[in-house]
Structure formats: C-alpha cells, structure tokens
Design a binder for this molecule. Sequence first.
Ligand SMILES: Cc1cc2nc3c(=O)[nH]c(=O)nc-3n(C[C@H](O)[C@H](O)[C@H](O)COP(=O)(O)OP(=O)(O)OC[C@H]3O[C@@H](n4cnc5c(N)ncnc54)[C@H](O)[C@@H]3O)c2cc1C
Ligand code: SF4
Length: 511
Amino acid sequence: MTITDCSQSSGQPDDMRCEVAIVGSGCGGATVARVLAEAGRDVLLIEEGGDFVGPQRLTQRDLSMYDQLYADRGARTTADRTISVLSGRVLGGGGVINACDVVPVHEAIWRYWHTIHGLQQWSPQAMAPFVARALQDLSATAITQDQVNRNNQILRQGAQAMGYTGELMHHNRQGCVGLGTCLIGCPLGAKRNPRMVAIPKAITAGARVLVRAKVVQISAADRPDKTLLVRALDPKGYHETSTFRVQAKRIVLAAGPVGTTTILAASGLGNDRLGRGLSLQPQVAVVAQMPDIVNAFDGIPQSFALTQFERNDEKTGLGGYRIESIFGTPGILGSLVVQPGIEGKAAMAALPYVAACLVLVPDEPVGQIGQTWSGRPRIDYTLSEEWKTRARAAVKTAMRCFLAAGARQVMVASAPPLVVHSEKELAQVDGLSFAPASIGLISAHQQGGTPISARPDAGVCDPDGQLWGTPGVYVCDGGLFPTSSSTHTMAPILTLGHFLGAKWAATWGKT
Ligand SMILES: Cc1cc2nc3c(=O)[nH]c(=O)nc-3n(C[C@H](O)[C@H](O)[C@H](O)COP(=O)(O)OP(=O)(O)OC[C@H]3O[C@@H](n4cnc5c(N)ncnc54)[C@H](O)[C@@H]3O)c2cc1C
Ligand code: SF4
C-alpha cells in the first residue's frame, strides 16, 4: 500500500504534481479519491493526521488516542465554550473514531433541499443510487439482538414501558467483538470506514496518499495549474518540519467544515457566505444512576434509538428529536462529571452503575466559522429558543425512560447539575437555561460553512460542488449541506462523495 508518511525523513516529499489534489481523507475526501482514481484520474490524497491501524497504533488509551485521532486533541469548542466540537484528524477522518451508526438522509430532507433550496438533482429518486453505493461501502447491516448491551437495553426497556417506538440501528461493523472503544478507534479493524474501504480501493486504483501533511493555503487559484502550500508535520503531528508545494489542475477540499473553511479563508477564496450556515446538531447527555451494575462501557456503545419523536419535515427541513443510548471510555465520561473533589471521585466510582444516552436535536444552520487573530478557527454558535424548547422536551423524554427502567436518579451535567428522582421533579427541566458555559453540549455532526446553493448569493459552492467564482476548486465534505441533514452524517457524506465523484469523473475534461 502506497502511503507516504511526511513525518519520516524518507517520506519528506519534494514539490509534486497531480491532476486532482484532495485535501482531507474522511468520508467525503476518501470517497471521491476512490471514485476519481477508479475512473483513471491521477489523484493525490493529502491528510494532516497520521495513519492508525491495528492494536499497536490504536491502543484504546484515552489520552493518547484523543491526542492523536481528534482535531485539537478533542478540545475544540465553540468560542463561548458551550459546545464541544468533535471531529477526526487521522487517515480516514471521522469514520475512524465514530460510533458506526448508519442512518441515511430521510427522503423528506432530500425533498426539502430539492424543492425549497432549488437543488434540482437532489430529489430522493435521483439520489437513491448514490445512497445505495454509500450503504454498500459501509456494509450496512442491522445490529442484532445479541449485540445490544445492557446500557442500550435499559433505554429500550424504558421506552417500551412508556409506550414509545424505537429501533435497533444499522451499523458498519464486521467482526466486532464489542470491545466498546469505538470512539477512540477499533484496534481490530472491525469498522468498515473510509480507512478500511475507500482508501485501499483508491490506492489499488493508483491514488497516492500523503499523511502528516497539512495544507495551509491555495495560491494561483485562477490559473490552470493551482498550487497548494503544504507543511510536513512531525511524527506526533504538532510541529511543522518543512514546506512543499503541490501543483494540481483541480483541488477538492474535504477537510471537514472547519478545516475547509479555514483553508479557503487563508487563501482569500470563497464569497461572503464563507463560514456561514454552520449546523452543529448539539447533543445533550442524560445520565442515569441504576440500582444494578450496567457496565455500559462493555459492548457496542450505540445500538438502540428512540425514534417516536423524530419529525422530518419537507417544508422546514427540521423538527423533532431522536434519543440514542451511548457510552464512552472513562476519560470521556470523566469529562462530563461536573462535581468537584470527593463528589466527583464518588461519581466516577459509580461508573459501573451508570446508563447514558444522548438526545440528538436537529438545529437551524445558525453558526459561523471564522478565524482568531492568529488564524486559528473560531466557531460562533448561539442556540435558538426553538432548539432549546425541543431539547428540553427531549431531555424530559429521556429522563422518563430511565425512570421507567428503574433509575434511582437521572442527571444532566449542567452547572449546577440537574438531578431528577421522579416524574414529579421533571418540571425542573423547564429551568434548563442552556446559558453559555452552563452545560456541556457535544457536536459530532458539523455541517455547513461552505454550503451548496442554486444561487451564488445563497451559498459558497454551486450545485456541482465548485466554489462560486473559482473554477477548478471544489468542496466535498459535510460543509456542503445547505442545512442540517437532521441525522448522523457519515452515510450522507459518503452519498455526496459518490454523487459528486461520479459527476466529476464524467464531466471533467481529461488532462
Ligand atoms: C465522536 C464522533 C462520533 C460520531 N458518530 C457517528 C456515527 O455513529 N454515525 C455517523 O453517521 N456519523 C458519526 N459521526 C460523524 C461523522 O463521522 C462525520 O460527520 C464524518 O466523518 C465527517 O466526514 P467529512 O468528510 O466531512 O470530514 P472528516 O471525516 O472530519 O475528514 C476531514 C479530514 O480532513 C483532515 N484535514 C483537516 N484539515 C486539513 C488540512 N489543512 N490539511 C490536510 N488535511 C486536513 C482531517 O484531519 C480529517 O481527517 C461522528 C463523529 C464524531 C466526531
Ligand atoms: S465495539 Fe466493535 S467496532 Fe467498536 S471498538 Fe469494539 S470491536 Fe471495534
């Protein structure tokens, strides 16, 4: 396999040329790299993170894995510190560290984009073949009953007791033994993610891949040969060791909404919509103290979803909420413990008795990605009142389920903590203010920043994913969505990768 590690002295490249340079190797970048390489294009895939495969590299240790697999070591937040903005920084991107839930975009949302946003080619019928290719790449299968761990069973039992509908989700695992450390990488390689599927296929088809190579700027964007300025990084990925240039006829930015916006801003490219229209899909963690041992860290973290209150509205593209069990490693859970000192220690000691879920509440694209004075990304996001109302309703539903399943108490990690012991205390949830930094919210599904639009004054990219006004520079990552896809984003972004990759392969003139 030809992967050049630019942190190794043998890997430090001289200036390079290619037909298509793809920046970022996540669900979007890896998929287009594979589709274009298989169509005979000369592809160079450039990734800032390292290559992590197998138990020697994916060690299941919280600190080192956050350090190596997550953007900003997992510490990236909104400017007001309210939302933890999580994304991957590794060959294969977010697919390496995600929870493996496969949820395609609902037909109503495709219809919303098609009719309200005027994206002619985004009808459910036209997108169906690309959705199918994405699901095939993911080997998407339903999670089986025997793979549902105690944590997920508790939410399911509670939902059943309340008479709510739900489902076992689909996932992209094969050969999973339930080690439970999906969020810091699978040492067994059981995830059918871009690192295990699209990237090997791209390489077999002739693509070249660079890791520990950070693209900082595009120059000569108006010329037939465009130039990428790239910094080689050290083995840990935090220090720049040298600089080289890549000349390309076409550039595809797939560095995720934050990464892609940052590169475009540093290059003076993109129109005045750049960075706008950001959706973070903030999630609220609800944590229950059960009377018996749960050991929620054991087994597949996320398998059951309470879907009763999902509303995919083709007129607004939004609505409702979804609740999913989740668990993480002790480090992740520790970061949610808000009590200090002895109380915090007691909370961690009670970990085996804890069950937890996340409420996933689709949001309006109200956020913005900008830059700090030093050129680092700055994410501004204000929760809307409508979102807060839906989130409170979702928290109440989750609490009801846990109480119905026998929880002694249910908590939201706000400051001060919101703790509920019975149905009659649920009214406290109405007081959840979501004021900045009063609660820890999580974003795993960033979208927007470089949205596709039918008109140049309404977005950053045209319906072909090309920057309005800059021929030859394209985007293919979660940043393209005009509004929230209102679901998990891996399958939707893979779908876009197949859709745009096929279109580009067919329409770009051969060079
Ligand atoms: C903890 C977590 C759990 C999740 N769980 C699920 C789930 O269960 N199901 C689901 O559907 N979705 C899930 N997601 C979301 C999903 O994984 C992401 O939305 C998806 O991977 C994003 O794909 P992308 O192509 O937009 O970008 P990414 O996958 O983020 O890829 C972008 C890549 O670009 C690289 N990059 C950035 N800047 C540069 C630069 N300057 N130069 C070179 N390379 C650069 C990054 O290192 C990264 O590897 C989860 C995400 C997280 C963080
Ligand atoms: S639960 Fe399965 S996919 Fe996740 S880390 Fe363990 S073996 Fe890998």
